[in-house]
Design a protein around this ligand. Sequence first.
Ligand code: PMP
Length: 420
Amino acid sequence: MTETLVDRRARLMGPNVPTFYQTPVHLVKGEGVWVWDAAGKRYLDCYNNVPHVGHCHPRVVKAICDQAGTLNTHTRYLHEGVLNYIERLTATFSHGISQAIMTCTGSEANDIALRMAQAATGKTGIIATDATYHGNTMAVSQLSTRKPPIGGRWPNVRLVPAPDSLNRPDPDGSIFAGHVAQAVRELDEAGFGCSGILLCPMFANEGLPTLARGWLDKTVAVIRAAGGIVIADEVQPGFGRAGSHFWGHDKLGFAPDVVVMGKPMANGHPVGAVATRPDVMAAFRNAFSYFNTFGGNPVSAAAALAVLDVIRDEGLQENAARVSAHVTARMAALRHPLLRDTRSNGLFFGAEFMLDDGEPATRFCANLVEGMVARGVLMNVIGAGRNILKIRPPLPFSVENADHLMDRLEETLRDTKVTA
Ligand code: PMP
């Protein structure tokens, strides 16, 4: 019998290598917002923020091929590509962030951000939320809550209750700021001090809560009063997805000291970055002798620059805002006995389902996702209870694509049995 790809992965990569869906999907081709599996079935991609400007966008493909055919090398030679890119990238920030370090992943970028916070403040305590993921280095995984770290969480880490606009309303963010203030006190008493807080401005992994502009202001004030810095993890909200703004932090209305980027930056080519003000960068550069062999190499810089060009030239941020309004209206019209809330933030949507006893409808959501995949629509779930649909398509998603998504979702909601 021929070995399945699932078995072959386990044989070659070990157990528990994550895949999505009961029957993992084997994709072989992508174009725009569509992907195809090995059997030729087409799926509407309503999940992936990596192919940000659309799968296999010809301008990004050409930029990669052209540069790969000219020169690619490590990053300790002079090259204009990375400088041109950082100039364009930092021009999108509105509050003094003018320098950046290029990496290959969001995890590395967050790891640097944590070290920037330590170098800039001389303190080592760090705060994040209790239902999130920021990456996989040893330090950053201390802030991730999927599995408890071996040996327990480091004592300089404090995780505060994640915002939850449905189940724990906190309209002006003062409850959250109170938790953060308590964490600061604990870090001070333990002798670590507070070097900063690391947050996604959409709280995307936490469940995409609905938050008013200014919601983080009190928290930012607490961190600044403690002498810490504010790190915005823009891996999910960034690069125009927020619709009204290029960055999630601008939409929420706060000015981070450090911005972390990743996934969508180069449309699938592995590029991340951490950007900050010159004073924080100088503190970091003086404290660590940091270089990254691949980060910002000529091919990566060309791919990332092409993504910025496409977002601008194709009006993708504006598209995100327009299509967001359409999906938001259709989501608000959804009806189902377990549906408790629908929410959106630009081209990112959530729908939360709870059982009658107030427990998260985890199994029901898993079945919904499977029903959508069977109908050729890729999506997934978020939130600590895994009971919030996560809908996050590439930015060229059209109103027609949105109607396809919502029509399939209405059918699937009708057909999916309510089970505990
Ligand atoms: N930050 C956030 C908010 C993420 O969701 C992720 C990955 N899902 C990361 C960081 C890590 O990025 P990477 O996988 O590129 O290391």
